[in-house]
Design a protein around this ligand. Structure first.
Ligand code: ADP
Length: 467
């Protein structure tokens, strides 16, 4: 079940590699991902520093850390995204490295650079790699130059209406207007006909300006029924890159993933191996170090690159379950300067894993549901993993993301995995707030889910039919 330890690490270490052993890592995040990173650190004998806002002072990630520092008020801009306060917290505690988790400053190249300028290790890729992939237009150009196919569309940003009209006519409607600075599905508009183009460009740009402070947009062909398939990679400073399989994250609402699987249930082994080779080649040419994910849309047998995330993903546990690997531990090891301990041949996926995102939201209306947890009991049993920072008596604040737990289940077959998921969801007690558990339970009984017959618009269509 577990990958073989390769002799590669010993070979490279014989050549006396300079690496740094982390004694103390500051985790610039909160919630379940902060706890997840602490767990890896603790198992590796690394001390952890938690940072927290005023409302998070009793949070699980603060309770479990070796040390904690309050870095500001509830607003994430003034706390978890406060670069100055984070650097001061490192100086104060003597942390040698910073793990950014996901969200907040995890893909902020200026943050990575500032950390490095203070002589602290940023656990992630170089600021340059973050910068290139953070600009979606630059990212597409880079992917193309590295031999990856992208969605047909404008070559770069579109600045005039005439240009937008001409490119949209060329690729054919419907088209998708996307913000170069986009993220989390914001600043995106589908346009079905030329007469709507001007107004939709205006509103996509305005949303991007409001969310990200930059209104630049580009245009892509709108694919109607693609799947979202993403590939996990990990690179070391010696120029080697592993592709740790793929995940199917097509079950989405408003471009937000809800349910994720590893491996993708519809790819053939040939398709898989062909993509792994292409991606490893591309990322080795790019010189990428650290964890990263390349996201593609998949339709009619073709993969189209859409973006790369230069950090750990929410859904990384499904990959860990099928490969028997701890991705955060590996991420910390390569950040310490160690070589990858495996070769691509050592990686052996086994069985199937599914993750359900348990958001503190109403399962019908999706309205956020913060509040006090009056009772909490997590499911257990074989091959059931819960990544969460919830406990009985905890109050879920309204200031942050609604993801409060991830239920991850493994099975030898996909069918077994779904049965186990249904059983585990049935055991899960979270009282006092609404969560998506009832929705996930319904999904477990959907024939389209059983047959893996879904695409990125499937969930919204399903929810519309239920209304
Ligand atoms: P973000 O960074 O905002 O998450 P992405 O480029 O990753 O934006 O796209 C998010 C989601 O939007 C994808 O998972 C997919 O569901 C949808 N999407 C993106 N590009 C297209 C496209 N060309 N056609 C159809 N859907 C798309």
């Amino acid at each position: 079940r577990f990958v073989l330890f390769s002799s590669r690490i010993k070979e490279i270490l014989n050549e006396s590699v300079l690496y740094m052993v982390f004694q103390k890592v500051l985790i610039a995040n909160r919630g379940e991902i902060a706890v997840r990173i602490q767990r890896a650190c603790r198992e590796m004998g690394i001390k952890t520093v938690a940072v927290h806002s005023v409302v998070d002072r009793d949070a699980m990630h603060v309770r479990l850390a070796d040390e904690s520092v309050c870095i500001g008020p509830a607003s994430s801009k003034l706390s978890y995204m406060n670069l100055g306060a984070l650097i001061s917290a490192c100086e104060l505690t003597g942390a040698q490295a910073v793990h950014p988790g996901f969200g907040f400053l995890s893909e902020n190249a200026n943050f990575a650079q500032a950390i490095q300028e203070h002589g602290i290790v940023f656990i992630g890729p170089s600021p340059q790699h973050i910068r290139v992939m953070g600009d979606k237009v630059e990212a597409k150009k880079t992917a193309l130059s590295l031999g990856l196919q992208t969605v047909p569309g404008s070559e770069g940003e579109v600045s005039t209406l005439a240009e937008a009209e001409s490119i949209s006519t060329k690729i054919g409607y419907p088209i998708l207007i996307k913000a170069s600075s986009g993220g989390g599905g914001r600043g995106m508009r589908v346009c079905y006909q030329p007469s709507d183009l001007a107004a939709l460009i205006e509103s996509a740009g305005a949303e991007a300006q409001a969310c990200f402070g930059y209104s630049g947009i580009y245009i892509e062909k709108f694919l109607d029924t693609p799947r979202h398939i993403e590939f996990q990679i990990l690179g070391d400073k010696f120029g080697s890159v592993l592709c740790v399989g793929e995940r199917d994250c097509s079950v989405q609402r408003r471009h937000q993933k809800i349910w994720e699987e590893a491996l993708c249930p519809v790819l053939t082994e040939n398709q898989r191996q062909e993509m792994y080779s292409k991606i490893i080649y591309a990322m080795e040419c790019f010189g990428y170090q650290g964890l990263g994910t390349l996201e593609f849309l998949y339709q009619n047998g073709n993969f189209y690159f859409i973006e790369m995330n230069t950090r750990v993903q929410v859904e990384h546990p499904v990959t860990e379950m099928v490969y028997g690997l701890d991705l955060i531990r590996l991420q910390l090891q390569v950040a310490q300067g160690l070589p990858l301990p495996y070769t691509q041949k050592d990686l052996r996926p086994f069985g199937h894993a599914i993750e359900c995102r348990i958001n503190a939201e109403d399962p019908e209306t999706f309205c956020p549901s913060p509040g006090k947890i009056s009772a909490y009991a997590a499911p257990g049993g074989p091959f059931v993993r819960v990544d969460s920072a919830l406990f009985s008596g905890y109050t879920v604040p309204s200031n942050y993301d609604s993801l409060v737990a991830k239920l991850v289940v493994w099975g030898i077959t996909r069918e077994e995995c779904i049965s186990r998921l249904r059983r585990a969801l049935g055991e899960y007690v979270i009282s006092g707030i609404n969560t998506l558990i009832p929705l996930h339970l319904r999904l477990c009984d959907e024939p389209d889910i059983h047959h893996a017959l879904y695409h990125i618009n499937w969930l919204e269509q399903y929810l519309d039919l239920q209304r």
